[in-house]
Design a binder for this molecule. Sequence first.
Ligand SMILES: [Zn+2]
Length: 249
Amino acid sequence: MTHDEFRELLAAAALDSLEGEEARELAAHLDSCPTCPDELAELRLAAGWIGFDADPVAPPPALRDRVLAAVTASAPAPRAEPVRKPARVSRSATAFVGFALAAGIATLVVYTAGLKTRVHTIESQLEAERSLTRFLTAPDTATIMLAGTETTPKARVKLAYDRHTGRAILFGYDLPPPPQGKAYQMWFIAGGKPLPGRVFEPDATGRGWWSDEVPPEGRDASVFAVTLEPASGVAAPTGPMVLKSVSLS
Ligand SMILES: [Zn+2]
């Protein structure tokens, strides 16, 4: 077989659907060819992406059918072999090469669609992180640290909020799991009056982050606190204070 003939087998090899003599001959060719090993590695990577993708993106059925039809139609016809050489490209082998090629191209179509989804996800995450960084470093953003009281001495909550818009983010650390039916609730205490913030629950590691909005009257609050309340939240605090602000910046 020639280099080009081996190349046609690479897609099938990448999908582990090559057997017998063809597999052995390809293995021998891979030892001596300067380009086929790299091409096979790329095709294997493409096949692997689909295997590892939790949510593979299938090409539209019509597109897939068109690709399959086009490739099957253009599969090489059986050639007239030189007389001194036994014919090795049988009709079924040709059909197989066509199928393997079609499978390879279909694989790459799925791979490309999956890759676009992945790139889009990464771009979205990156944009979310940039937006968070802009928010945290903005001159109008105030940062408040809340420390745990005697009941939850290790707990910490960091509150960052925009003094003008009230847009806020809470970051929680070492928060014990609240009792059944209970949750933590944020309070902005202005002029001795507690204004309700959001209700939140940490994850299994005691951490979490939540968006919130500080009401206009609470943006100059001197005390920020967290109490333990019914999970649905309350308009005025009823439970014990578990965290309290320790510094302003
Ligand atoms: Zn080669």
